[in-house]
Design a protein. Sequence first.
Lengths: 342, 404
Amino acid sequence: MKRSTFFAFVAPSLAMMLIFIAIPLVTVFWQSFNTTSTIYETVEVENCSPGFPDPVCTVETRDRPVLDANGDPVTETRFVGGAVYRELLAPDRVAAAFSAGGGGIRELLTIDFYKALRFTLTFTFVTLPLILVLGLAIAICVNNAVRSVRGPIIFVSLLPFIITPVIGALSIRWLFIGDGIMTAWLEALTGREIAMFAQGWTIEVLMLFYRVWHVAPFAFLIFYAGLQTMNQDTLESAIVDGASRWQRLRYVVIPHLMPLIVFVSLIHLMDSYRVFEEVIGFSSQAFRISLQWLTYDFLIPDQGGNRAISRASASSMLTMIGIVILLIPLLRRTWRDTRPRS
Amino acid sequence: MFLRSLALAATLALSTALPAAACEFTTDLPIKSLSAGFEAWKAVTGAMKECDPNFEASLDQEFAQKQPEAFAADPALYQIGGVANETLIPLLNAGTIRPLDDLVAKYGQNLKENQLIRVDGQIVAVAMMVNAQHLMYRTDVLESLGIAPPTTWDEVLAAAEKIKAAGAVPYPLGATTKTGWNLAMEFVNLFLGEGGAFFDDSGAATVNSPAGLATLETMQAMTPYMDPEFLVSDSTYVQQQFQQGKIAMANLWASRAGAMDDPAESQVVGKVAMAAAPKATPDGKPATTIWWDGIVIARNIPDEEAEAAFRLAMEGLSTRMVEANNDAAVWLIEGYQPTRLSEGVIASLQGGAPAYPASTRLALMHTALGNHLSDYLTGAASAEAVLQAVTDEYTTKATEAGLL
C-alpha cells in the first residue's frame, strides 16, 4: 500500500484518538498538578430560617465567594507541583506507620489510597486464576458434551455475562442483605445468626464471587472458540502415544490455548483493576473501597457543591500507572511472540 | 408502589382536566422546575400543574448534583428550583438565584413570616415545610415493659437494654447510620446536642474535642442494640425495620412518619408514636437539626418569566394544596392542621433544636465525617485517630477550596 493511502485510511482514527484520548489525558495530567480555588470573603450576616411558631434569626460569619462583574465567582488556579500526589499518597503518614511505635500495615490501611490499593490488588489477583480455571473447565466440559445439549448449555452459561454489572451486583446484594433469602437459608442450615454486611471480609467474598460469576462466561466463550481450532491429529497421536487425559490437557491443549489465555488475562487485569460496580452495588464503602471508586468519590460534588478535581485527576493518573505496571509482563510476552523470528 | 403512582397519575390527570377555577393565577408559559422527588414535592408540583398546562416538573433524587450547572446556564434551564438548607448553598455561592423581596411584597400576601428564608436581610428562598430526625417509638412495646418515653440518649440506651433483655423485638434500636452522608448526619445531630462547635474563629476544625469524643461514645453505645449491618442502614431501611416490627425505637426523619401508618406496607399501624429528638445532655436541646424545603427562582431568566414562575410557585404553596395533602409533610403553609404524626418535629422545634447550619465549610466537614466515622464503629481506629483523620481531611479540602 502506498504510504499516502495508508495515512488517508488511518487519519480519522488517529484524529479521534488525539481528540478523545490524548488531549483529555494531557489535561487530566496537567490538572493533577494544579488546584483551583474560589476566592472567599468572610462577612457577618443575619440568617432567618423557620422555627415554631416564629422564625429564628441568627447572626453568623459566613464565607461568601467574591463575584466578578458578571456575577460569577472569582476563582484562582495555582501550580502546586506534587502537592496533590503527596496529599493522596501521604508519605509522612506511611513513614509514621512504619517507624518505631507505629501501627505498621494496620495503620497504613487506614489511609484511603492504600486501603483502596490493597482491595484492588487482592480483587485482581484472586479473581484472575479463578476465572481462567473456571472458564477453561466449562469450555472443556461443553466441548466434551453431546452435541445436542451444547446449545442450551452455552446459552445458560452465558447468562451472567449478559446481565448489566450493577444490576447483577444489586441482585446478589438483595439475596444476602438483612434477612435476605440466602441469609435466611444459611441461618436455617447452620443454626446461627449470620450478618453478611456487618463486617468487611464477608462482603469482600461476595464481591469476589460476583466478579468470577460474571466474567467466567467470557473466558469460557474465548476458550471454547479456541478448542474448536484444536488440531485433532495431534490429540489422536497423543492418545496413541499413551498420554493420559491430564497429560493431553497439560501438554497439548493448554499450549495451544496459550495466546488466548494471555488475551483473557490481559482484558481481565485491565477490567478488574478498575473495579467499581461492586463497590456501588454492594455499598461496601464502609469496609472496602477501590481505586476507581476513590476517583469517583473525589469527583462527585458534595451537597455544598464542592468537588476535588485535582485529587480526582491525580488518583486517576495513579490508577492508570497501576494498570500499565500490571500489564508490562503480559505485553512483553505478546511482543516476544509476535516479533518476527530472526 | 406502582398502584400508588398510578393513583397519583390518575388524580393528576383528573385534576388537570378540571377547569382551573381554584387557581388565583393561571398562565400557559412553559415553566420548569427541578426538585427532589418525595411526596411533598409531588403535591406541590401537582398543584402548580393545575394552574399551568405547560408546566413541567422534574422530580429527581439527584437534583442536588444537577441544580448548580442547570441554574448557571444562561438562560437557566429551570425557572423554579426546590432546595433545602444545604442545597441552597451552592446556588447562593454561585449567585445563580435572585432575591425575592420584590416578588414577595407583590404576590406573597399569603406567606407567613416563618416561611421566608433570609440571608443578609434578603429573601432568597420561600420555605414550604420542615423536616427533622426525631424519636419514633413503639408505644405497645414501651408500655408493656413499663418504660416512659425517653427524652435523653441515656434514657434511650437504658430503655434499649430493657427491651433487649425482654426480647420484645429483634433489635431495640434503629438508626440511619449508612456510611457517608447519613452517618455524618447522626454525628452532626449529636455533636450539636452536646454543645459542640465545628469550627473556631479562623475556620479551623474543632471536632477533635471533648464534645466530639462524647458524641462518638454515644454512637458506639448504640451499636450493640442495633442490627449488626448498621453501616448500610439508610432511612428506607430503618423505615422498613419499623414497618416489619423489627425495631422499637429510632431517631428517624419526620417525612417517614406517614409510612408507619400506611396499612399497605406497615404491620404496626397506630403503634408508633412521635416525640422530640432525645437530648444528648440532660439540660441541653433536642439533639437534632431542623431542615426546611422550599423554592428558589433562577437569576438568569427574563423578569416577566420570573414573575410568572413565582406566582405559579405560590399556587403550589397555597392553602388549597395543603388542604388536599395535609399529611404529606409538616407544612409551614397557612391552613396546615398538625396531626399525631407531626408531634415529633413540633416538639423538637419547641425544644429549641437548631436549624442545620449549612455552609460551604460544613459541607466539607459533613463529607469528611461520612468518610471516616465508620472506621471507629468497626473498630479499625480509635476515636481520637478518627477525629484527627476527619480534621486532616477537612483541612486539606478547605485549603484546596480556598477557605483556609
